[in-house]
Design a protein around this ligand. Structure first.
Ligand SMILES: Cc1cc2nc3c(=O)[nH]c(=O)nc-3n(C[C@H](O)[C@H](O)[C@H](O)COP(=O)(O)OP(=O)(O)OC[C@H]3O[C@@H](n4cnc5c(N)ncnc54)[C@H](O)[C@@H]3O)c2cc1C
Length: 478
């Protein structure tokens, strides 16, 4: 992703070299994304049909969270927004007023994405009405996506060098990295180095010694088992995230298989038990041996240091509960483009880069903590610890504000909009005690009519949609 985007943006006079090692390989997991990936794909002129075909992709409209608030309960965090903002205040305030007046639809009944997910539908919608927009992301095989982008990058002029980096050389005065020494003696020189070495952080952490900020006191998961299994007959247009006694499980539908995994904390369950939990709940035949992955949740404190910028897992790790890591690659590169050095590295740009990426990581961290903390589950030591932990102050304030008034707040770098916070807070059981006075501006009769109208408008496009599988077959020309 980094190489192709740099190549598309920078003039041909800037030499871009991608070094990677087949001996090490890639982490090979990561299948669910969020909608901004469409902007990335469009920018690099990726043909959607070819992309869907080559990466066995499916459409993602939401994540369905099961057993998170309590066992047996489920809700969706969709890529849409419930209702419409009428007048001064957000739709949640109108919905809350409706509840007081005895209107029965849930907030999700006003969300086109939810309606499409429940019916397994997707497709193009011919309408100019903004309430009819069906924004989407993808599930895909990220290894195939990487190979696809690598081919594109090479065709566009990126030089790819296969080889294990054995030595990293630094300038003795500045500490800047000057060249990489590869196995077999080859040397790659450079002015600017993007560290995409994954959890190793070979340049940023191992060479430059930038610290890692540990967030395991809030997000104790440090392990995952991943296993592919046969695909389901009907492909769901959403990811499933199913909470268990000590962690959670993902189920991601691709066109040729399902991706499954269990994310857990080794402090609460040992690896063998976690594996048997995962295998016992697989509902289709496994297609390969399960693979264990270990990680440490947290952030590389300075994601840009000297002449190295960490992109991808070298910049930090957040568990895949909200499918944010691939997006963080994209936003890291976009941020780098905005602040790209002209003739030399400007320290103020480095500081701003680091401040923005800190805020972005922290808002995602808080959003993920919200799922664990705002729960009624107390059926295990794990959930009791999650419920009672002290969460970061900003998250405490957001939860308290929503509970008291129904209001939501976003930081500038927060990738999740109001609707995301509203659906997850309500889904996790935070019920506002009040709503904004501006929602009372209409008479009861007029208000009820307006709410019925919104419900109707949100349902209108459903007739234009087709089954998700029919869409995929059509899109890839099968
Ligand atoms: C369990 C799990 C589930 C995930 N699920 C999702 C998800 O659903 N959605 C999502 O957005 N993200 C997800 N992620 C994150 C996602 O997998 C990563 O963000 C993504 O794969 C990018 O990884 P990367 O390129 O940073 O690292 P890697 O894939 O590890 O790539 C590192 C690269 O560096 C090279 N390298 C390393 N050391 C050397 C060396 N010494 N010499 C030469 N080359 C070297 C390797 O060869 C490789 O090419 C998940 C992660 C985990 C652990």
């Amino acid at each position: 992703m980094t190489a192709i985007l740099l190549r598309k943006v920078l003039p041909a006079s800037k030499h871009i070299e991608l070094v990677e090692s087949d001996q090490i390989g890639i982490i090979g997991v990561g299948e669910a994304t969020i909608p901004p990936i469409q902007i990335f794909n469009r920018f690099i002129n990726l043909d959607e049909s070819a992309f869907l075909r080559e990466t066995h992709a499916t459409i993602k409209l939401a994540i369905r969270f099961e057993n998170w608030r309590r066992q047996g309960d489920s809700y969706y965090h969709t890529f849409g927004a419930p209702g419409a903002n009428v007048g001064f205040c957000g739709f949640q305030h109108h919905w809350l007023r409706g509840q007081k007046l005895g209107l029965t639809p849930s907030i999700w009944d006003y969300d086109l994405h939810y309606l499409a997910c429940e019916r397994g539908l997707f497709g193009p919608i011919n309408s100019n009405n903004p309430l009819h927009q069906l924004g989407y992301a993808y599930h895909f095989d990220s290894a195939l996506y990487g190979q696809f982008l690598r081919r594109m990058a090479e065709e566009a002029g990126v030089v790819r060098t296969e080889g294990l980096i054995e030595h990293v050389h630094q300038d003795s005065e500045t500490g800047f990295i000057t060249r990489l020494g590869l196995e077999g003696g080859r040397v790659v020189e450079g002015d600017l180095f993007i560290d995409c070495t994954g959890l190793r952080g070979l340049l940023i952490r191992k060479t430059l010694g930038v610290a890692h900020e540990d967030w395991s006191r809030w997000l104790p998961a440090d392990s995952a088992w991943a296993v592919p299994s046969e695909r389901h007959e009907n492909t769901a247009p959403y990811t499933r995230s199913i909470a268990h006694r000590v962690g959670w499980q993902w189920r991601i539908p691709l066109t040729h298989r399902n991706g499954n995994g269990l994310v857990y904390s080794s402090a609460y369950i040992d690896d063998d038990d976690a594996l048997s939990q995962l295998m016992n709940i697989l509902d289709t035949k496994p297609l390969a041996e399960p693979r264990k992955i270990s990680f440490k949740t947290g952030r590389t404190v300075e994601q840009w240091h000297k002449n190295v910028i960490a992109i991808g897992l070298s910049s930090g790790f957040l568990e895949p509960l909200e499918s944010t890591s691939i997006h963080l690659i994209q936003s890291g590169i976009v941020r780098l483009m905005k602040m790209f050095p002209h003739h030399s590295i400007e320290p103020s740009m480095v500081e701003l880069y680091n401040e923005e990426s800190k805020e972005e990581f922290e808002t995602i961290r808080d959003f993920i903590i919200l799922h664990y903390h705002a729960t009624e589950r107390d059926d295990s030591e794990f959930w009791r610890a999650m419920r009672s932990m002290e969460v970061p102050l900003r998250l405490q304030q957001k939860m308290q504000a929503f509970r008291a008034t129904g209001a939501v707040f976003n930081e500038q770098q927060d990738i999740f909009r109001d609707a995301s916070w509203i659906e997850v807070m309500l889904g996790q059981g935070i019920e506002p005690q009040d709503y904004h006075p501006a929602a009372d501006v209409m008479s009861d009769d007029r208000f009820i009519e307006m709410m019925q109208q919104v419900l109707k408008v949100k349902q209108e496009p459903l007739g234009q949609l087709m089954s998700h599988d029919a869409f995929l077959a059509k899109a890839v020309g099968r």
